[in-house]
Design a protein around this ligand. Structure first.
Ligand code: F3S
Ligand code: F3S
Length: 113
């Protein structure tokens, strides 16, 4: 899977969303998150992010490696403010912006960059 790392937080440019052929990039409150099971590794999102937040999982810089597991937790955990896990919705557009963030992102101070 591809992963969205720290540079997206509080930026949310959303250029990546338009590129994804399977609509697997989901919007949270402070960041976007790629669904690790729905992503087909096409790589179309990676070059369009203006802050270089997107990486193939094996290429995530070490300082941001925590985002690999954290992206997944956005979908597998019941996040504060939500009634259930997101699971595998099979498309982000129908959900719109989700008023929650992954455990790591939710705890970051504003504008960590
Ligand atoms: Fe975030 Fe970059 Fe997409 S800032 S929303 S990962 S284009
Ligand atoms: Fe979509 Fe990027 Fe994966 S465009 S399929 S999230 S590599």
């Amino acid at each position: 899977t591809y992963v969205i790392a720290l540079p997206c937080v509080d930026v949310k440019d959303r250029a990546c969303v338009e590129e994804c052929p399977v609509d697997c990039i989901y919007e949270g409150g402070r960041s976007l998150y790629i669904h690790p099971d729905e992503c087909v590794d096409c790589g179309a999102c990676e070059p369009v992010c203006p802050v270089e937040a997107i990486y193939y999982e094996d290429d995530v810089p070490e300082r941001w490696a925590v985002h690999i597991e954290d992206n997944a937790r956005f979908f597998t955990e019941t996040l504060p403010g939500l009634d259930a896990t997101l699971g595998s919705p099979g498309g982000a557009a129908k959900l719109g912006a989700i008023p929650a963030d992954s455990p790591l992102v939710a705890g970051l101070p504003p504008h960590p960059m």
